[in-house]
Design a protein around this ligand. Structure first.
Ligand code: FES
Length: 289
């Protein structure tokens, strides 16, 4: 059975050229921003994507506004009406940072995820517009019209939130791409000691899991090779000092600790214990990684 997101993606497919241009423009704009600002928007500092956190504010405030509107209608209570207006204003203001982080996430995605993300953004934009119209109607004495706009906006917000869920849970957008690696817990022979260059990195496989080996300050380190952001191949990335830079979107990871040096990744790379004996390298998942 087709999901709602798939149906919307099919409807939105003709907009691909527009979406592609917009994504390219967004990536250009974000690339001009200082790295700390980009890390702030991605949630690298938080250790979790920031967009889902920020969406709670406009969604929660919209729920409150609609509920207070309903109570105020029954009680004809001016203080409830003022509370509903304030909640709606929070929903409008809270939509702006949520939209900024959402656009940042969307600028990287492709195919079905791009189309569902476009639908998600269009629905949220329509909801924001309706909430602005609702505020204006309330301030010009047309409270019934304002309630209708807010309730309709809330319906669109709910639909948009569902698409956001499909993006995360159905397509794995911003899910840690190393979360389901299952490399076992015993040492596995992966390479000869001479296979690891003094500079650069080498790619090996432990079971079904791709791993990056690197010499760092005289020792050999190993981290997962699938980028936790969106699954980029870290072994094809550029080594900078003791870090590796993902070739897809530029996340940078420490080659020994797996820590995120800069985003857009927010989750560290899994780390492996390394044992060198008789010229052979074997690794196992580190309990400290
Ligand atoms: S896949 Fe996006 S930074 Fe690696």
């Amino acid at each position: 059975m087709q999901t709602l997101g798939s149906r919307i993606a099919a409807l939105i497919a003709p907009l691909d050229p527009v979406s592609d241009s917009l994504q390219s423009a967004l990536r250009d704009v974000f690339s001009q921003a200082p790295q700390p600002l980009r890390d702030l928007l991605d949630g690298t500092w938080l250790g979790a994507p920031l967009h889902p956190v920020l969406t709670d504010i406009p969604i929660g405030a919209s729920v409150a506004a609609v509920a207070l509107d309903a109570l105020a209608m029954g009680d004809r209570d001016a203080s409830l009406e003022r509370a509903a207006d304030a909640a709606l204003a929070v929903a409008v203001l809270g939509a702006l940072p949520a939209a900024t982080t959402g656009l940042r996430d969307w600028s990287y995605v492709r195919g079905e995820a791009k189309r569902i993300g476009t639908g998600h953004a269009l629905l949220n934009t329509a909801a924001l517009l309706l909430n602005c119209l609702s505020l204006r109607a309330r301030h010009t004495g047309r409270r019934s019209t304002g309630r209708m706009f807010a309730a309709t906006g809330f319906g669109l917000t709910t639909l948009a939130a569902h698409l956001g869920g499909e993006l995360s849970f159905g397509l794995g957008i911003r899910v840690n791409r190393t979360a389901f690696d299952a490399p076992g817990d015993t040492f596995v022979d992966v390479a000869g000691e001479d296979d690891v260059p003094d500079a650069g990195v080498s790619a090996v496989t432990a079971g079904d899991v791709d791993v990056v080996l690197a010499r760092v300050d005289g020792r050999i380190c190993a981290i997962a090779a699938t980028c936790s952001h969106l699954g980029g191949p870290l072994a094809q990335g550029e080594r900078r000092d003791n870090d590796i830079v993902c070739p897809w979107h530029g996340s940078r990871f420490d080659l020994c600790t797996g820590d995120v040096v800069n985003g857009p990744a927010v989750y560290p790379q899994p780390v492996y214990d390394v044992k060198v004996a008789d010229g052979r390298i074997s690794i196992r998942p580190s309990k400290n990684g």
